[in-house]
Ligand binder design. Structure first.
Ligand code: GLN
Ligand code: ZN
Length: 775
């Protein structure tokens, strides 16, 4: 049965299309402007284009080196739908023959009426988000979709033998959460016995269709953030692959484990009947030898699938070669799916030739894999020229102007503890009381106001050159004027300018800082049809001139109320960009922090007394392994403090975090030492306040009272209740009243109504509380 594993492969390829064709087709299908047939046809064309492209880049047509990794929305949802793990509330989507169609598939992803969609959460330490399967004792596993088999057959009809990819059974269950019907303490992993027969059926069908290899992704095995005890996960792994391994008819099994090192899961896989094991050798190291490894094909994940750099090809070759001391069967691959990188550097016409030569997007990474595979089979000499070329590009990158900026480095090297520390909180509080004179339960927003069509059009015209810089500024100022007037009319206490001039909270800063570049077509999938276009942080970061100061100063000139200056924090800027890989993230964060520190000093000098530094990604970047947490929290918290600690006591520093799992990073949030922290809370009905209380957090805190992810307008009564819950749990002098997040994606009508209700509720609570507790 064992066909040879291909010498070079990738774990997966971007699915959204070079020009986001899939996004457009899927959204058209949702809007009802195209039917399922047309969507299927677009998807089939994309798959064909991908196969042809990959073959053109040097992967084999018929040797299973091309992965079949397409997804209409998400690979975890694909697995759920394949094995029939459909929550009871969506039971009506399952047809009489047990299958689920495309419309049903999207309904599970997006919800319908009162039926909430599957929850969405971050895929390991990437910016990709997957849908969380819901598993309970009631889940009936059965092969509910044979899309994977059909896609294999489609490729075969076109002359390809591809390698179907599916999330493995252990990871599928470990990433799942107990369904609503599950009893207390239920673990999805307890359903492994019932799930495996469906995988067995699928493997049988794939073998019958002619698949030589199948790829089962088991990244949950590299993660410690999985709550299940390690021994249970390893036991499940052993059982799952012993079971699948002994099937009478199946393709050869390739278990891939991207995003980290397998550690103690590797011996388990080595002792199992699987034929090939994928190792992430970008994150992990070449393992030491032990029994069983020599019989496996070891797939060396040496080309970084998670970043956009050309990297050190010679070192990658060396690492892959070292694996051959462990097994005679070696192959080369990317460390992760290429899902995390854009399609092709050649699609960028505006990047400098120099920067371009340092980059490798998906297609270039495929080329690197092909080169390394050739080197392994034909000998180093066959690829020496290519390795040398990469080495020269890397050397040129290290030496290029801007990559290291002496002034930036000297400044970072001269920092001392006092640069990271503000004065005593009580003294700050007193000074801010005097300076700002805010009422009990102060109200504010998170920064952005609705981005109207007019604003977007103006920006597009500015980019095209159809609108002059001066006219653009006038339009934005007019918008700021409206936003200020609106806030005054509603009665908010700390005003914002509304961020109309920002396309995106990270890209805006990237465009205005040295050391960054922005792409034209560098889209990557964030979730479903949502894509982002991260900026490239390639060099030492500095601020050539003030960025937000004129906007904020102008806004302050329009009102007697305090205006909050709005900045994006260092961690979030890093998390949502492609970041240089030639120095620790902490060093890069420090440079960004220093640029922000200067910006804040200029804001202060321009009369701005409140500054908010958003860090919605603070938790997102938390490393997978616990041993790495302390180091991460040190530099991430340190960079925030460095950015903000230069202000005087009377300047109020705010931060904003975009989630409600306060507990996980509470210590880090406390260490940020922001005067006021706003967080999401409306959706979970203020559940977070108990965490805040038990943590003893004693600075200002604004748990959101308006869920901005929904067009719904919260009633006065609803907001009142949320505020009351907050002040019941938290000392009321600490509490701020604000929405969950920015209002950018909302319309004006619902925004105005919601804010009015928030103010009315706040006034009511103030009046009532004022009667009992003197403010
Ligand atoms: N200040 C940003 C806004 O209001 C914050 C957005 C975010 O937290 N993601 O849009
Ligand atoms: Zn937010």
């Amino acid at each position: 049965m064992t066909t040879q594993f291909p010498a070079g492969t990738i774990l997966g390829y971007p699915r959204i299309g070079r020009r986001r064709e899939l996004k457009k087709a899927v959204e058209a299908f949702w809007a009802g402007t195209i039917g399922a047939d047309e969507l299927e046809a677009t998807a089939a064309t994309l798959r064909q284009v991908t196969r042809d492209r990959l073959a053109g880049l040097g992967l084999g047509r018929a040797d299973s080196s091309i992965p079949e990794s397409f997804s209409y929305y998400d690979q975890v949802l694909d697995a759920a739908v394949t094995v029939g793990a459909v929550p009871t509330r969506f039971a009506s989507l399952v047809a009489a023959d047990g299958t689920i169609d495309l419309a049903g598939y999207f309904t599970i992803a997006r919800g319908e009426g009162d039926n909430a969609p599957l929850e969405m959460t971050k895929w390991f330490d990437s910016n990709y988000h997957y849908l969380v399967p819901e598993i309970g004792p009631e889940t009936v596993f059965s092969l509910a979709s044979d899309r994977i088999v059909r896609e294999f057959e489609e490729a075969k009809a076109a002359g390809f033998i591809t390698r179907p990819v599916i999330v493995g059974p252990v990871t599928f269950l470990l990433l799942g959460k107990p369904s609503d019907a599950a009893p207390e303490g239920f673990e999805p992993l307890s359903r492994l016995d019932d799930l495996l027969p469906v995988y067995a059926t699928l493997l049988d069908r794939l073998a019958a269709a002619g698949a030589d290899w199948v790829q089962l992704d088991e990244p949950a095995l590299v993660s410690e953030s999985i709550e299940t005890p390690r021994s249970e996960s390893l036991g499940a792994l052993e059982f799952a692959y012993a079971t699948l391994g002994r099937l009478a008819r199946r393709p050869a099994i390739f278990v891939a484990a991207p995003y980290g090192s397998l550690d103690d899961a590797l011996p388990v896989l080595a002792a199992s009947p699987v034929e090939a094991i994928g190792l992430d050798l970008v994150r992990g190291q070449v393992p030491t030898d032990f029994a069983g490894l020599a019989e496996k094909t070891l797939v060396a994940g040496v080309v970084d699938g998670h970043n956009i750099w050309r990297g050190d090809l010679a070192a990658a070759f060396d690492t892959a070669s070292r694996l051959s001391t462990l097994s005679p069967h070696i192959a080369v691959s990317t460390s992760t799916s290429l899902l995390h990188v854009p399609h092709d550097v050649a699609d960028e016409s505006k990047l400098s030739a120099e920067l371009t030569s340092w980059l490798a997007f998906a297609d270039q990474k495929v080329g690197q894999v092909v080169t390394l595979a050739r080197g392994l089979s034909d000998g180093l000499a066959a690829v020496q020229a290519e390795l040398d070329y990469a080495t020269r590009a890397l050397a040129a990158r290290h030496a290029a102007p801007g990559v290291r900026d002496g002034a930036v480095r000297d400044r970072a090297a001269a920092l001392s503890e006092s640069d990271f520390t503000r004065g005593d909180y009580a003294a700050r509080l007193a000074a801010q009381d005097v300076a700002l004179g805010l009422p009990f339960l102060p109200t504010t927003t998170i920064g952005s106001f609705p981005q109207t069509g007019e604003i977007r059009r103006a920006r597009a015209q500015l980019v095209k050159g159809a609108l002059s810089e001066g006219d653009y500024v006038d339009l934005m100022r007019a918008e700021i004027g409206r936003v200020v007037e609106l806030q005054e009319e509603i009665g908010l206490d700390v005003l914002v300018h509304g961020e109309p001039e920002r396309n995106d909270m990270v890209q805006y800063f990237a465009e205005n800082l040295d050391g960054f570049a922005v792409t034209e077509n560098g889209w990557v999938q964030s979730y479903g049809s949502r894509c982002t276009r991260p900026s490239i942080l390639w060099g030492d970061v500095s601020r050539p001139k003030p960025i937000t100061v004129e906007w904020s100063a102008y806004t302050q000139s329009l009102t007697a109320k305090p205006v909050k200056g709005m900045l994006t924090g260092p961690v979030t800027i890093l998390a949502w960009s492609f970041v240089r890989d030639d120095q620790p993230l902490g060093e890069t964060a420090r440079q960004v922090a220093l640029a922000l520190r200067d910006e804040i000093a200029d804001l202060e000098a321009a009369g701005i007394g409140v500054v908010q530094v958003d860090e919605p990604a603070l938790r997102e970047l938390l490393p997978l392994k616990k041993k790495d947490h302390a180091d991460y929290l040190d530099w991430s918290v340190g960079s925030f403090r460095l950015a903000t600690a230069g202000v005087t006591d009377s300047t109020q520093v705010h931060t904003h975090l975009c989630y409600s799992e306060f507990g996980v990073v509470i210590d880090a949030i406390r260490r940020l030492d922001a005067d006021v922290t706003s967080i999401e809370a409306a959706r979970s009905r203020m559940e977070v306040v108990s965490d805040i209380r038990s943590s003893g957090f004693d600075h200002g805190i604004g748990p959101g009272v308006y869920d901005i992810h929904s067009p719904r307008v919260p009633s006065v009564a609803e907001v009142t209740e949320l505020i009351e819950r907050a002040i019941e749990a938290i000392p009321e002098r600490q509490v701020w009243i604000n929405p969950d997040c920015g209002l950018k994606t909302r319309g004006y009508a619902e925004t105005v109504e919601s804010l009015k209700n928030i103010l009315e509720a706040t006034r009511a609570v103030r009046a009532k509380a004022g009667a009992v507790v003197p403010a």
